[in-house]
Design a protein around this ligand. Structure first.
Ligand code: SAM
Length: 343
């Protein structure tokens, strides 16, 4: 009796998953999708010339991308195989697509990939492997690793920006926020979610609060025709006074920190809040039985100082600082959301 076809297929897909990721990262990094958007129907030799790569390697990469559903191909009238972008590439892989994930893809390739090559050590030690991967000790992931080099900082900001643009609308519209006139997005990075919030809530003004090194570069990510209801304030949310607001937002912040630091941050927010203030939390919420979602469980393997949590675990942390979780929304997008009120 041979193995079940479906089981075999599934296990092979899992074993080959890293090859598919790396093919996607490489095609993106070499500019294949942007090239085929501006000049569709090129053959492998023409693509190779444009991206300055070997014809053999380019041919393999293009055919792999076709089989992954990222490109399409057809035989041209002169019997050459020519390539064009599939819908998936047009939606997510062009650098100027509204939902471009290009920034996040480069972060996965340049930062997450090296970390995951040391996964065995990460699991044995129970800590992240920044020192092994990048030769530097990192106590504070942001200040020690991501932000002490301008290129790495911009790449990280661009990664956050791309995910926030894809998820921002779902988070901004997950609840009725019409009662809140002022919001403060703590660790709001490039302001992508803040802009989605002001688009969805015409009365709302949003202050993006982030580290000075981030705020000084945020202008690069501002939308061209934005209304002036988003402002930036530089500071450290563990040290500096937080701006007053009706609604505080923590989007993809708490998973970066262990419980002790989460308590410090929530206490500081609670101290700035009056009764009735809102707190909007946006994270991947793990299932209560910890069987999914796979994305969150795989992210936990990066062994950062933080941890992934379920909605109930976040609720307990919030309740201990006087926040009453009112609504949970498992959006159909990449992030879930929870709205709480200060008692
Ligand atoms: N909220 C954004 C989003 O959802 O795209 C960015 C999330 S990113 C994982 C974490 C953010 O927290 C970064 O923008 C980082 O600069 C910011 N951050 C980290 N430590 C901080 C601190 N001590 N004070 C203020 N912001 C901080």
């Amino acid at each position: 009796n041979g193995p079940q076809k479906d089981d075999l297929q599934r296990i092979i897909e899992l074993m080959d998953g890293f090859k598919a990721s790396k093919a996607l990262f490489t095609a993106s990094r070499l500019g294949v999708f942007d090239l085929l958007q501006s000049r569709p129907e090129l053959d492998a030799a023409q693509v190779a010339q444009e991206i300055k790569a070997s014809v053999k390697g380019t041919q393999c990469l293009l055919d792999a991308c076709v089989s992954l559903g990222l490109l399409r191909s057809r035989e041209s009238s002169c019997q050459k195989r020519v390539y064009m972008n599939a819908a998936l590439a047009q939606g997510f892989l062009l650098s100027d697509a509204p939902h471009s994930l290009g920034g996040y893809i480069q972060h996965c390739d340049q930062t997450v990939w090296p970390l995951f090559t040391h996964l065995e050590c990460a699991v044995r030690d129970g800590t992240h492997q920044h020192e092994k991967a990048f030769g530097k000790k990192a106590n504070d992931l942001f200040q020690d690793t991501l932000y002490n080099n301008q290129d790495i900082k911009l790449r990280f900001m661009s990664a956050m920006h791309s995910i926030a643009k894809v998820t921002g609308r779902a988070v901004a519209t997950a609840f009725d926020l019409s009662r809140f006139k002022t919001a403060c997005d703590l660790g709001g990075c490039t302001g992508a979610l803040a802009h989605e919030l002001t688009k969805a809530h015409p009365e709302m003004r949003v202050t993006v609060f982030d580290l000075p090194t981030v705020v000084e570069m945020s202008g690069r990510f501002s939308p061209q025709h934005s209304e002036n209801r988003v402002s930036f304030l530089a500071g450290d949310f563990f040290e500096d006074e937080l701006p007053k607001a009706d609604l505080y937002i923590l989007a993809r912040i708490l998973h970066d920190w262990p419980d002790e630091k989460v308590h410090v941050l929530l206490r500081r927010i609670a101290d700035s809040c009056t009764s009735g203030c809102g707190l909007l939390l946006s994270e991947i919420f793990l299932d209560e039985d910890l069987r999914g979602p796979t994305r969150g469980l795989l992210q936990a393997l990066s062994m950062s100082a933080g941890q992934q949590r379920s909605a109930a675990e976040y609720s307990r942390l919030l309740e201990s600082h006087g926040f009453v979780p009112a609504h949970v929304n498992h959006t159909d997008n990449l992030l879930d959301a929870m709205l709480c009120f200060k008692a």
